[in-house]
Design a protein around this ligand. Structure first.
Ligand code: PLP
Length: 405
């Protein structure tokens, strides 16, 4: 449930990192992992093998959520590690005469941007940014023009974590296949909220992911924080970054059995929720309602990202209030019980506007005053209406107290 009653305040979670609260079943699975399966799944004794069986059940649930095979699933410590493993594991695999080219975008999550920056600064890759349209959608034709024989990897997210912009991943995958280039997709925002084969009518369901490597994170679909997955298509050679025999040698370290069990449970629930389009449509209606109410109550407010709502993931809206300071707004909202964020969680707390919004060409005066609101499958209409009202009151209060606003 995204709302909890505290002694003084009813909290409405519209923060991407809090709205997908772990489900009761996921929490129960984690508890069982702690009490009943604490042994090491690599131990040969019966108790260890019972823990192993739980890990493998979870692996199958994740594989079935994304249309992959269990052997293609590697458990990690989160989306960030999955992304890091995909990028370093491919760019660093094999011997090359010159640094391989990696193509990505300037609107990726910091996990991608930071890994690429690090490899580029150390002279290990040549990093190139694909062009973007004004609404933050990758120009696939422009990306195709960057694919050279020396290109080792393309890394593009499925949906943007700040605006929800949905990228043309099928088109990018097709281009990569034609050029013999591997495609890593950061699916952290997409997986669990939309099916992998959404809009793909070429395959019998479940279709495999439209990429070669796919990163995902359990806490984005009502699982625990600190559990991620990297799906690697069979036959793709990945160089591990943490050495060890676990996870078929792709990621060393004793597995987080309780977390993995909870992630498996969350994946089963997500797959059941995704089986029918109705709940997603209802959630999208709520997001559109929140957005249009805020725009109506706060003249001058703008939506960042694609203006066409269907080009954005159903859970996200990013709204700019020109000349306001997002930080001040977030603090006021927090006092009124609305949890929201500006940009990615890792960049909140800084007064800098989101680099993702700036990379999309958004005016800094708008980017400075932009907040991200994320719904989950549990958000209710009453919460949306209440939140829109509170947001408008806080915006108007800030506007009257700031002579420039
Ligand atoms: N990629 C995207 C698009 C994200 O939204 C996030 C987290 O919010 C991550 C990667 C990092 O995932 P994690 O928090 O599991 O490390």
């Amino acid at each position: 449930m995204p709302t909890v009653a505290s002694a003084t305040l009813l909290i409405i979670y519209l923060d991407n990192n809090a709205t997908t609260r772990p489900s009761a079943a996921a929490a129960a699975a984690a508890a069982r992992g702690m009490t009943d399966f604490w042994e090491n799944p690599s131990s040969v004794h019966r108790a260890g093998q019972a823990a192993r069986a739980q890990v493998e059940l979870a692996r199958e649930s994740i594989a079935s959520l994304i249309g992959g095979r269990a052997r293609e699933i590697t458990f990690t410590s989160g989306g960030t590690e999955s992304i890091d493993l995909a990028i370093r594991g491919i760019a660093g695999a094999g011997v090359r005469r010159e640094p391989p080219r990696v193509i990505s975008t300037r609107i990726e999550h910091a996990a991608v941007r930071d890994a690429l920056d690090d490899l580029r600064k150390r002279g290990l890759i040549e990093s190139v940014d694909a062009p973007l349209g004004p609404d933050g959608i990758v120009d696939a034709a422009g990306l195709a023009g960057l694919l050279t024989p020396n290109t080792a990897l393309v890394s593009v997210q499925w949906a943007n974590n700040e605006t929800g912009a949905i990228q043309p991943v099928r088109e990018i995958h097709r281009l990569c296949r034609e050029h013999g280039v591997l495609f890593h997709c950061d699916g952290v925002q997409w997986i669990g909220k939309e099916p992998v084969d959404a809009g793909d009518h070429r395959h019998e369901s479940p279709a495999p992911p439209p990429c070669d490597l796919l990163s995902l994170s359990a806490h984005k679909f009502h699982g625990p924080k600190g559990v991620g997955v990297l799906w690697v298509r069979s036959g793709v050679r990945l160089r591990p970054t943490l050495l060890g025999s676990q996870e078929l040698g792709r990621r060393g370290g004793t597995e987080n059995v309780p977390g993995i069990m909870a992630a498996g449970e969350a994946a089963r629930e997500a797959a059941a929720w995704l089986a029918d389009t109705g709940p997603r449509q209802s959630a999208r209606v709520l997001r559109d309602r929140l957005e249009s109410r805020i725009l109506h109550l706060c003249p001058g407010a703008v939506v960042n990202g694609p203006q066409e709502p269907t080009l954005r993931l159903w859970n996200t809206t990013n709204i700019g209030f020109p000349r306001l300071e997002a930080e001040a707004l977030l603090l006021l909202l927090s006092e009124r019980g609305v949890c929201a964020s500006a940009g990615a969680a890792c960049s909140s707390g800084s007064l800098e506007p989101s680099p993702v919004l700036l990379a999309m060409g958004i005016d800094p005066a708008i980017a400075h005053g932009s907040i991200r609101l994320s719904l989950s499958k549990e958000t209710t209409q009453a919460q949306v209406d209440e939140a829109a009202l509170i947001i408008s009151e806080c915006v108007n209060r800030l506007r009257t107290s700031m002579p420039n606003a």
